[in-house]
Design a protein around this ligand. Structure first.
Ligand code: NAI
Length: 294
């Protein structure tokens, strides 16, 4: 793989921020691009705030924070992609938007540049078909929170080359992530299995069987999960979770992927979880849970 001294990440939301942080922590420069410069700066500031929270918990030191932030540069247009050996897209889960972006990147990037998608459910083959370099297009599915989850799914499209796969395996190992190789199929392994679990928890809540708090406690204590399903959905972003379900439903036509009506209602109301301060639970501006009565 060409030396990775700089990579470009497009989309400064939950995942783009997380990926930027782990890549920068390995000493690689990151250009973090969003739709405009102010959004890119907002993403940078949010990374800084999250690092501060970890300093408070003694998770990292002030100098580690400085070293990470020094390697991340926000940008409001795609020009930096022209010289990057690798571009990772982490914009929202929308097939047409991702295809448009990849087609544009294909036009402006150097011939050998690898185009990576962090999509959770979409077809890499279909995304790759919007470019003239399907051999250089690959899925690298990080999970949230990126710095904590030791796994990545490497998803190859039908035309992804062996060379691209090898480069991405090497990249995953630089990031200290364990890769699992996945043949393209809607939802890969992780999303496919977690989505019906989250959906079922939402149905249990909607049917009034238990409170959100008790559903999460039951699954955490009963099965040893670190987080309950409703907190997990809040952290992932309820709009994202709903898009994954709709994509799986569309591809596989299986009722189990039909988003719970409660989820649809919450997304329509803009209650998207941690990122908006309200989901199944309430959160402060720093993303900490606000317990009932506080
Ligand atoms: P998000 O909604 O938090 O962030 C998306 C960001 O992309 C926003 O900042 C938006 O302004 C920006 N954006 C949109 N269109 C753009 C464009 N054309 N150019 C530049 N920036 C653009 O989304 P999130 O949750 O970070 O998800 C991103 C991707 O990662 C999706 O494909 C999702 O399926 C995947 N993913 C999400 C996980 C999660 O837990 N949220 C876990 C694993 C993968």
């Amino acid at each position: 793989m060409a030396t990775l001294n700089k990579i470009v990440i497009i989309g400064g939301g939950v995942m783009g921020q997380g990926i930027a942080r782990v890549v920068a922590a390995t000493g690689t420069d990151v250009i973090l691009i969003d739709r405009d410069l102010s959004l890119a700066h907002k993403a940078y500031d949010e990374i800084s705030d999250k690092l501060d929270k970890e300093i408070e918990r003694w998770g990292i030191t002030e100098s580690e924070k400085k070293a990470i932030l020094a390697r991340i540069s926000p940008a409001g247009d795609y020009k930096p992609a022209k010289q990057a050996p690798m571009v990772i897209e982490a914009i929202q889960e929308d097939l047409e938007a991702k295809k448009l972006l990849l087609a544009h990147l294909d036009n402006i990037c150097q011939p050998g540049t690898i185009l990576v998608s962090n999509t959770s459910t979409l077809s890499i083959t279909e995304l790759a078909a919007s470019t003239s370099r399907p051999d250089c297009v690959i899925g690298l599915h990080f999970l949230n929170p990126v710095h904590k989850v030791p796994l990545v799914e490497i998803v190859r499209g039908l035309k992804t080359s062996e060379k691209t796969v090898e480069s991405i395996k090497e990249f995953a190992s630089i990031l200290n992530k364990t890769p699992v190789m996945v043949h393209e199929y809607p939802g890969y392994v992780t999303t496919r299995i977690i989505v019906p679990f989250l959906n079922e928890a939402m149905h249990v809540l909607m049917e009034g069987i238990a409170s959100a708090e008790d559903i999460d406690s039951a699954m955490k204590l009963g099965f040893g999960f670190n987080m309950g399903p409703l907190s997990l959905a809040d952290m992932m972003g309820l709009d994202e979770v709903m898009s994954w379900m709709e994509n799986l439903l569309h591809e596989l036509s299986e009722h189990k992927y039909n988003p719970c009506p409660l989820l649809r209602k919450m997304v329509r109301a803009g209650q998207l979880g941690v990122k908006t301060g309200q989901g199944f639970f309430k959160y402060d501006a720093e993303g900490n849970r606000i317990k009932e009565g506080e």
